[in-house]
Design a protein around this ligand. Structure first.
Ligand code: GAR
Length: 222
């Protein structure tokens, strides 16, 4: 890995996780170079956050392409202008083609708002409430061809509060994400965590389970 890990952040929306990265890098708590912020939506507020922080931005709209493969090729060609060491998917709501994942093999991180392997896919917060689960959270993982199925690195878990709405739960999960995602990306950036042989390696050893951090109901790490 390069001395300072060149990082591309891919977004589709608000970009609160992107903001957490910007803030951490800005105060010296995270040693990544935020090289470019890419969006598939021109009105994504995350692009404004990037511009405010002086980070280059790029946008390619998926609707302009006939299919996933041609869109993904265009995205990779654009991102490669910055020669990224790491791609951070931060609310990038596109399924990636196998060719795109292979192009950046072992270099793509995602955060998914559930304690994977539980609840891959969409509407995770409502599904957790409907199931009556006591714990929920978010997972940082390497991206493979399997949707939300790549090897896990770090999970933040927090207790579900009886009677809260899905939106309230989502907000509490996001507050946890803002703590765990920059931390996990920093581990990858400094080489402590690697993707090797299809699994996560932590401190030179294959990891069966992710690191799990527990938070209280208001997002304080316990
Ligand atoms: C995050 O909560 C992230 O977990 C979720 O999108 C949100 C983006 O928020 N990602 C997924 O659902 C991916 N399957 P943000 O734009 O404010 O960072």
């Amino acid at each position: 890995m390069a001395t300072r890990c060149r990082t591309a952040v891919l977004i589709s929306g608000s970009g609160t996780n992107l903001q957490a990265f910007i803030d951490r890098v800005g105060c010296g708590a995270l040693d990544l170079e935020l090289s470019v912020v890419f969006s598939n939506k021109p009105d994504a507020y995350g692009l404004v956050r990037a511009k405010n922080a002086g980070i280059p931005t790029a946008c390619i709209e998926h609707g302009d392409f006939a299919g996933r493969d041609s869109f993904d090729r265009a995205v990779a060609a654009k991102l490669d202008e910055w020669q990224p060491d790491l791609l951070v998917l931060a609310g990038f709501m596109r399924i990636l083609s196998a060719a795109f994942v292979a192009h950046y093999a072992g270099k793509i991180l995602n955060i998914h708002p559930a304690l994977l392997p539980a609840y891959p896919g969409l509407n995770t917060h409502q599904r957790v409430l409907d199931a009556g689960d006591r714990w929920h959270g978010s997972t940082v993982h390497f991206v493979t061809e399997e949707l939300d199925g790549g090897p896990r690195i770090l999970q933040g878990r927090l207790p579900v509060v009886a009677s809260e709405t899905a939106d309230q739960l989502a907000a509490r999960v996001q507050a946890v994400e803002h703590q765990i995602y920059p931390e996990a990306a920093g581990w990858v950036g400094d080489g402590r965590v690697e993707f090797r042989d299809g699994r996560t390696w932590i401190d030179g050893k294959p990891a069966i389970d992710p690191v799990v951090q527990t938070f209280d109901a208001v997002g304080r790490r316990l």
